[in-house]
Design a protein. Structure first.
Length: 436
């Protein structure tokens, strides 16, 4: 068989796309982990913000220069967003391939032509290889987004909301669990919007999907990654509480808490509404873990807004918080809100805010993690530390790739399996545990 190497950049949704791309090529190509052994290289790019775009281009040229005899395809979000420009200017690419109909990859590879595929609804696409640690998998329940946040280019790249059919989601989860997957990570631009575009005779909203998944007679857990704060309801929180398969982990990207900034972002919340939401979650589900992401340097952001944000994270006491700087992105509403010189000045100041915010959050995270000490939890083992009886794993409070890890002391543990472990302490943002 011919060989293919796939470099997957960006978010978990891109990882799923990479897995699907290989699924379409797997009858003719063997997937290799070493680009030097590949006759075909696919760079599945991210095009969300400037730093991601730069990384995508740099990785492309690094691979192209290192392996000039391989055919190389620039695919993914960057290819979709700048298809015309890249097709015309990036002559080093053997093909440029967008991401709205992944099944067309076979045509592109066969002819090595450029293709900006049109919209297609996600289907039960076959994945024969998962690009993550054993025991867990991402399941993308929808594509695109109907929200029009002023800072976000995702709808320009991935289009409007297109939900998978309920039966396809259930079949995909069943198939993965039967291969040994213990943790299903549901992903989308906004999980809460699932099903709003589907026209069927039965209920197919996100809450209904959770209930259908929870009723499956299979042993697995569900993690929810990205719940839009404007669409989190008391009913959703109660559903998560009653569904024993759903982990008590809330990934809610608030972006900010200042009402005026949020309005300019195209969002509806404010400090008190978001604080009340966090309080409601913790009261309804006392062991709930909440992760958020916050944006700094959005047009008209200032010191007062930043001080309000500090108060917000101190009162909410998030277990995990990530922050990032606003990126000036063309073809978004926010692009017209600030000129380039003002943006550079604000961006410089925002870097200082980011450092300060993360130092404050680090202390909060350390306090939150101490609550797990001297308690026992299921831990999924992901890899063994070489030459030691130590393993790297995650418990329910730790999502793949973005949070801390659990270092487990034990013997003869199998990667991809779940073991009951007693938490003995913390090390930075990681937990220490003993297999019992």
């Amino acid at each position: 068989m011919k060989s293919v190497y796939i470099e997957s950049l960006g978010c978990a949704k891109n990882q799923v796309d990479s897995e699907v791309l290989y699924g379409y090529l797997s009858n003719e190509y063997k997937l290799v982990k070493d680009a030097s052994k590949a006759s075909l290289i696919i760079v599945n790019t991210c095009g969300f913000i400037e730093s991601a775009k730069e990384e995508s281009i740099n990785v492309f040229f690094k691979l192209k220069n290192s392996y000039p005899n391989a055919k190389i395809i620039l695919a993914g979000c960057l290819a979709q967003r700048y298809f015309n420009e890249l097709t015309e200017q990036l002559k080093e690419a053997d093909a440029v391939f967008g991401n709205r109909d992944l099944s067309k990859i076979k045509d592109v590879v066969n002819d090595l032509k450029s293709l900006n595929p049109g919209y297609s609804a996600p289907t039960n696409e076959i994945r024969k290889y998962l690009m993550n640690y054993p025991g867990s998998a991402y399941v993308k329940i929808s594509e695109g987004c109907n929200h029009r946040c002023s800072f976000c280019a995702i709808p320009n790249i991935r289009g409007s909301l297109r939900s998978k059919n309920l039966s396809d989601v259930l079949k995909e989860v069943e198939s993965l669990v039967k291969t040994g997957v213990k943790e299903i990570n549901l992903i989308a631009q906004d999980l809460c919007s699932y099903g709003l575009d589907l026209k069927t005779d039965i209920n197919v909203g996100f809450i209904d999907l959770l209930e259908y998944l929870n009723e499956m007679r299979l042993n697995f857990k569900i993690r929810l990654l990205y719940l839009h704060p404007d669409y989190i309801t008391p009913e959703l929180i109660k559903t998560i509480k009653k569904c024993d398969k759903v982990l008590h982990y809330f990934d809610i990207p608030f972006q900010h808490c200042n009402e005026e900034l949020l309005k300019k972002m195209g969002r509806k919340g404010n400090f008190n509404q978001y604080l009340d939401m966090v309080t409601m979650i913790k009261e309804e589900i006392p062991d709930a873990v909440i992760r958020t992401t916050l944006m700094l340097g959005f047009p008209s952001d200032n010191e007062n807004c930043f001080n309000e944000l500090i108060e917000f994270i101190e009162k909410c006491h998030f277990t995990w918080m990530g922050s990032f700087l606003y990126s000036l992105e063309e073809n978004t509403k926010a692009y017209e809100m600030i000129d380039e010189n003002e943006y550079k000045i604000l961006n410089k100041e925002s870097k200082k805010w980011k450092n300060k915010l993360e130092k404050i959050q680090k202390k909060i995270t350390e306090k939150e993690l101490k609550n797990f000490i001297d308690k026992t939890y299921p831990v999924i083992i992901e890899e063994k530390i070489k030459n030691e009886d130590l393993y790297i794993g995650r418990m329910y409070a730790q999502a793949p790739e973005v949070d801390g890890l659990t270092v487990v002391s034990g013997e003869n543990l199998k990667c991809g399996e779940i073991y009951m472990c007693h938490i003995t302490g913390i090390s930075g943002i990681d937990l220490k545990a003993i297999k019992i």
